[in-house]
Design a binder for this molecule. Sequence first.
Ligand SMILES: O=C(O)CCC(=O)C(=O)O
Ligand SMILES: [Fe+2]
Length: 370
Amino acid sequence: MVATSTEELEQGSVSSYDRISELKAFDESKAGVQGLVEKGVTKVPRMFYCEHSNLSDDSTSEPTSNFSIPTIDFTGIHDHPILRDDVVGKLRYACEKWGFFQVINPGISSNVLDEMIKGTGRFHQQNAKVRKEYYSRDPSRKVAYVSNYSLYHESSAYWRDTLGCVMASHPPEAEELPEVCRDIVVEYSKKVKAFASTLFELLSEALGLNRLHLEKMGCAEGFLLLCHYYPACPEPELTMGNSKHTDNDFITILLQDEIGGLQVLHDKQWVDVTPIHGALVVNIGDLLQLLTNDKFISVHHRVLSNQAGPRKSVASLFRTVGDESLVYGPINELLSEENPPLYRNISLKEYLTCYYAKGVGTSALSHFKL
Ligand SMILES: O=C(O)CCC(=O)C(=O)O
Ligand SMILES: [Fe+2]
């Protein structure tokens, strides 16, 4: 297209492609990025180009093999107080310095973890006709398949599709879940919820609080299961799987397959989260950083796209889903004269509105600093 008027140029409507039409056509296909792959695309369409320099930002932040996120072994924590204390200490360090860690021997069998990854693959690889029935941007849906939650609000789209299921506190009826992954979604959800309860106990202890403090605040009550699918990308240097972001929850528990691509920003360097079979990756979200008055940190992470693949991952986001009138602020017991509150109390609604409005890569929490 050729520039026809300065007005069009100023409005950004003149470019070599009609972005809005391309986004709409993609969305209306209801088949996701996988739909493009099924059609045999060999070039990444322009709408996926990452123009906000996510790939080259922080020029000091090249990935480094010198670092890796902490790995913590949960073996014996329920039976041996010494092992438990040791784990609590390691968790405190990981949450304060990294905001990310991997748990090996998490108490969920590798069979269940492997089957959850396979179930995710089955959903995204099944006939597009069946996938389409689940495609929706309606936030009130408990089960929805969608590509790019913020498709119309970000400067680029990402090479990723997601099946999202609200699995607590008001889960869908089993029949509402897609048949190809129904049983494993129900089973994995039970197991990951139990793991989260243990984790919130250990994190409470790491903060010097009563063991049940975080659970009593409702941190483990609600969770959203996001079954991500990152198709193999023909031109991975042009786009990303997931932009640089922090999570809008208390904690995220992530199961990933063997492909890799997740990176964490640590000391201004991108650090690879190397897949470990049978392990779960945990990261602190913004809401736990808020509750802990910055003692635990919610850090930026991203997912690179990859010629290898498809990559599958399952993120369990722990926060209340539905009741946005809940109000959160720094936990009183953690405050003192030397450690005054850094944030005002905020409702979940206020926080989420800000989180989605702020744009890629900037913290929502900074808006609520005192
Ligand atoms: O797929 C991954 O490795 C990360 C997903 C993620 O960051 C998220 O769902 O918030
Ligand atoms: Fe994330």
